[in-house]
Design a protein around this ligand. Structure first.
Ligand code: HEC
Length: 158
């Protein structure tokens, strides 16, 4: 193949790849707005991850007393799950860090969703287990990206 043809084939693969990556999971209508990150990651941490995680730790320090408390905990867990979605939109640029980032953000969404389900079922044992897994997702991402913040829902500092 002459060099021009090779280049052209590579360009087509590139276009195909871009199409596939933008089309996965949610096909958007033509001309519809695309998902794009707006806030800094730091702001999501301060405004969503941190307050909801701390509140959940408090909420689940002992078994919630009534349906209202469980409903509150469920809502906080769902906001953390959505924070996972927002983090999935803003991975770092390099390939290896992107893979690590997506894994941790996906774990956050998964464990927060499990926690929300446990809170919906008022299952204290399951909720505590999910909170421990959720904390691991926060801490593993921070370790990978050298963020000196540790979330310890069962520790003393709340
Ligand atoms: C996918 C990766 C990732 C996950 C998951 C994650 N974080 Fe973070 N977090 C970061 C990064 C990156 C920073 C540093 C942001 C900066 O300073 O620009 C950060 C910073 C923070 C900070 C410090 C914010 C500040 O004021 O500097 C807190 C608090 C925090 N995260 C809490 C949490 C909690 C709680 C969870 C879990 C519920 C969590 N994070 C999950 C990546 C993550």
């Amino acid at each position: 193949m002459p060099p021009f043809r090779i280049w052209f084939a590579a360009a087509l693969v590139g276009i195909g790849g871009a199409f596939l990556s933008s089309a996965h999971s949610q096909p958007l209508r033509k001309g519809a707005p695309r998902l794009e990150p707006v806030a800094e990651t730091k702001l999501l941490m301060e405004g969503l991850a941190d307050p909801n995680a701390k509140a959940l730790a408090k909420m689940l320090a002992a078994k919630p007393k009534d349906a209202e408390a469980w409903a509150f905990a469920r809502g906080q867990a769902l906001l953390l799950a959505e924070t996972g979605n927002l983090l999935l939109m803003r991975p770092p640029k390099t390939r290896t860090s992107e893979d690590a980032w997506m894994g941790h953000a996906g774990d956050l969404r998964e464990h927060a969703t499990t926690l929300a389900r446990a809170a919906g079922a008022k299952d204290y044992i399951q909720a505590r287990a999910a909170l421990a897994n959720l904390a691991n997702a926060c801490n593993r991402c921070h370790q990978s990206f050298r963020v000196g913040v540790r979330y310890d829902p069962f520790g003393d500092e709340r």
